[in-house]
Design a protein around this ligand. Structure first.
Ligand code: ADP
Length: 198
């Protein structure tokens, strides 16, 4: 399976999602993460060699990917229309993470209308960095997206500082020790991962 993660703006959890979907898929079958983001954030996350899967540069990806069952591709933020078309055509599922705030949701609408206009149907929206209660931003954004007929993951990725710590330590969030939210953060991505495979 080829899963591409695209963000219409930076800071929406694109790389964090790429890392954790790759970690989830690696538990099922050999998985490689192709780093196509010029910021090379996924490569930086892998710098201590503590990830359970390989991260390769997109420029050398062709040679590596043939050995793997699942390929997760992290891409540059703010893709142009042409980029989106190529990205959607080049994968099985295009995942678009978004935060549940108004500005992010507006930007999301632009991206999805572009996808619709080019006839792409293989995309899914993932709500990420969802603030804890009493905020209702996550559930309200989810309800609005469902009402507007968006293909949206029913699992919301909650906001936990553990994700930042995991990036600093160069591990998937489940490998953090002594962090009380690490397993909850992992369970969000594992649940969302199940949704990709159904
Ligand atoms: P992008 O690739 O879209 O720029 P990142 O995955 O790098 O986004 O995330 C942007 C920032 O938000 C980083 O500091 C990251 O640690 C943080 N972050 C991402 N997902 C979460 C989350 N679920 N909870 C808390 N912080 C998060």
């Amino acid at each position: 399976m080829i899963i591409t993660i695209a963000g219409f703006k930076g800071g929406v959890g694109k790389t964090t999602s790429a890392i954790h979907f790759a970690a989830y898929l690696q538990k099922l079958a050999p998985t490689v993460l192709v780093d196509g983001d010029p910021n090379r954030s996924a490569t930086t996350w892998a710098r201590h060699n503590k990830l359970p899967f390989k991260v390769v540069d997109e420029r050398s990806a062709a040679k590596h990917v043939r050995n793997y069952e699942h390929i997760v591709i992290d891409t540059k933020a703010r893709p142009e229309e042409e980029d989106l078309k190529a990205l959607a055509e080049g994968c099985d599922v295009l995942i678009i993470p978004t935060k549940p705030d108004t500005l992010s949701l507006d930007a999301l609408r632009l991206t999805t209308s572009t996808l619709r206009s080019i006839g792409a149907t293989n995309y899914r929206v993932l709500l990420t960095i969802v603030p804890p209660k009493p905020s209702r931003d996550g559930e309200e954004a989810y309800a609005a997206l469902v009402r507007a007929d968006y293909p949206v993951f029913s699992t919301l990725i909650r906001r936990f500082k553990a994700f930042e710590d995991a990036a600093t330590e160069g591990v998937p969030v489940y490998a953090l020790t002594g962090n009380k939210n690490a397993q909850e953060g992992w369970s969000d991505y594992a649940e969302a991962g199940k949704e990709i495979l159904v």
